[in-house]
Design a protein around this ligand. Sequence first.
Ligand code: FE
Ligand code: FE
Ligand code: MG
Length: 167
Amino acid sequence: MGSKGREIVGLDVNELLTLLRKAYADEWLAYYQYWTGAKIAKGPMKEAVIAELEQHAIEELNHALLVTNRIIQLGGDPVTDPRDWFKLTNCTYEPPDDPFVKTLLVQNIAGEQCAIDVYTRLMDITKDKDPITYNIALQIIEQEVEHEEDLQALLEDFELMISAIKG
Ligand code: FE
Ligand code: FE
Ligand code: MG
């Protein structure tokens, strides 16, 4: 931990660490939800859906890396036990038990919307108080917003295709 680096944070560092640990748990669960969903997806447009889910999985894992690096920099404990993910998570985890592409899209859209709320809150709290965490949250939320739009665009195409078939 850098002591001066911790000192310049104009917030209760322990409270900030709690929020970061919660966001970290969300990222691993999001990673796994995408990664597993990509393995089992079935239905129309599944190639396009799988490609997007796989890409998002990689990006969620990178968010976990960005968050844990900041936790360590602030002198916090990284979450070492995956069993803690469910105690810490804001956004929970939807097991992709229904492999239908539409169901997977809807579940992951909900996850992205939750993630957008989490990072909006983190940015509100760190604005003008901790520019480093703020900047990390900004980088991540830019990608969460992109994820939501990617999935909603796929869902829209899916619905258009189904209505075209129905005539
Ligand atoms: Fe993420
Ligand atoms: Fe995301
Ligand atoms: Mg994408």
